[in-house]
Design a protein around this ligand. Structure first.
Ligand code: PLP
Length: 384
């Protein structure tokens, strides 16, 4: 059957293909350590499991979400943004709940880009940005994230004619896959650059709550002028160890929020009401559990940084996210090295090249395993 031409832009997610391959290897009796998983191995906090359980058991909470008011959730999101980042948001017009950030980060291209428009997409980056741009028939200019720039885009190196033509730019800090974070100066410069060239900024801040060394990452929306030029996407997935819940938010520029609300009125019917109640609870209650969770991630980070360095890899220790970005040994492509590690050491790491051409020469590991298992992985890699 012939399906739409635009489907050619939708490439498979490597993670899903690999999960199937790894499941097959497991069936064959191989004990593979999967360092590819971008989903915390910790459970959601007890009080949220309780809230969700009680709400799900309520017989009246199973209608279309549009039957219930969603303003309390919007209020909770605006309150959290104020407390956590010092960002002021109008909870009526500048907040939109999402079914996880993936929901917003895919649909936003429909909202911002007509056919032939230009989008600036970092390279390496989370693959869904590129697919989203292509699906709506827009063009892409890749913006390299280089180690000499601490994996930040060098805005000054974007030619003025490209910047003038661009309709939107993606930024993602704390960054997947590099683990880099962005300092306040970066956002200030980005906002002024976006105003000069009239480029809409879409900031993906999904990892802001997984951080180390007592250095909480900031939000793009905290800075003066941000709401005039863009929006931010956020999510409970990584923050509250609940990737399966599909709860997120789009915040910022009111025209974009209004446009996205119109799109989502057709693409879904809102967030399951028990999930809304749980998200409200999460955003309004103490985040103390994160301190312990982040301490455990930090121990894992330190162990893996040491382990990878002992194998001779160049590692870029992150201050946030649960990812480590490292160079593959000389003489290997990213894919060759990762496949060798899978076949010979039963350790799966993600080749950096799947995140773009500037990801070639790197690999990404996720710290989503207990230290003992990570230590086992490092030991296996040392014998390669
Ligand atoms: C950079 C980035 N943004 C967004 C997401 C999607 O997260 P979710 O849809 O669970 O909020 C991910 C998931 O790994 C990610 O790495």
């Amino acid at each position: 059957m012939q399906i739409a031409k635009r489907m050619e832009a939708i490439t498979g997610m490597l993670a899903m293909e690999m999960n199937m391959r790894l499941a097959r290897m497991k069936q064959e009796g191989r004990d593979v350590i999967n360092l590819g998983v971008g989903d915390p191995d910790f459970t959601p906090p007890e009080h949220l499991l309780k809230t969700l359980g009680e709400a799900v058991s309520h017989p009246d909470f199973h209608h279309y979400p549009s039957c219930y008011p969603n303003q309390p959730l919007k209020d909770a999101i605006a309150g959290w943004y104020k407390r956590r980042f010092g960002a002021d948001l109008d909870p009526v017009n500048e907040v939109l709940p999402l079914l996880g950030s993936t929901d917003g980060l895919f649909l936003i291209h429909l909202c911002l880009l007509d056919t032939g428009y230009l989008a600036l997409v970092p390279d390496p980056s989370y693959p869904s940005y590129e697919v989203g741009v292509k699906v709506v028939g827009a063009q892409i200019e890749k913006i390299p994230l280089l180690k000499e720039n601490n994996f930040l885009p060098d805005l000054d190196s974007i030619p003025a004619e490209v910047a003038k033509k661009a309709r939107m730019i993606w930024v993602n800090y704390p960054n997947n896959p590099t683990g880099a974070t962005a300092p306040p100066e970066f956002y200030k410069k980005l906002i002024s650059w976006a105003k000069t060239f009239e480029v809409i900024v879409v900031s993906d801040n999904a990892y802001s709550e997984v951080y180390f060394d007592q250095c909480p990452p900031v939000s793009f929306l905290k800075f003066a002028g941000a709401k005039e030029v863009g929006v931010e996407i956020h999510s409970l997935s990584k923050s509250y160890n609940c990737c399966g819940w599909r709860a997120g938010m789009l915040v910022g520029n009111k025209d974009i929020i209004a446009g996205m609300a119109r799109i989502k009125a057709h693409s879904d019917r809102g967030m399951f009401y028990p999930m809304q109640l749980t998200a409200i609870k999460a955003l309004n209650s103490s985040d103390d559990f994160m301190e312990n969770r982040n301490r455990l991630f930090q121990e894992r980070r330190d162990l893996a940084v040491k382990g990878l360095r002992e194998i001779g890899l160049e590692v870029y220790p992150p201050q946030a996210t649960f990812y480590l970005w490292a160079s593959v040994p000389k003489g290997y492509t990213s894919q060759d090295f990762c496949l060798k590690a899978l076949e010979q050491a039963n350790v799966w790491m993600i080749p950096g090249s799947i995140y773009g051409k500037y990801g070639e020469g790197y690999l990404r590991i996720a710290l989503t395993h207990p230290v003992e298992r990570l230590a086992e992985a490092m030991g296996r890699l040392q014998k390669l």
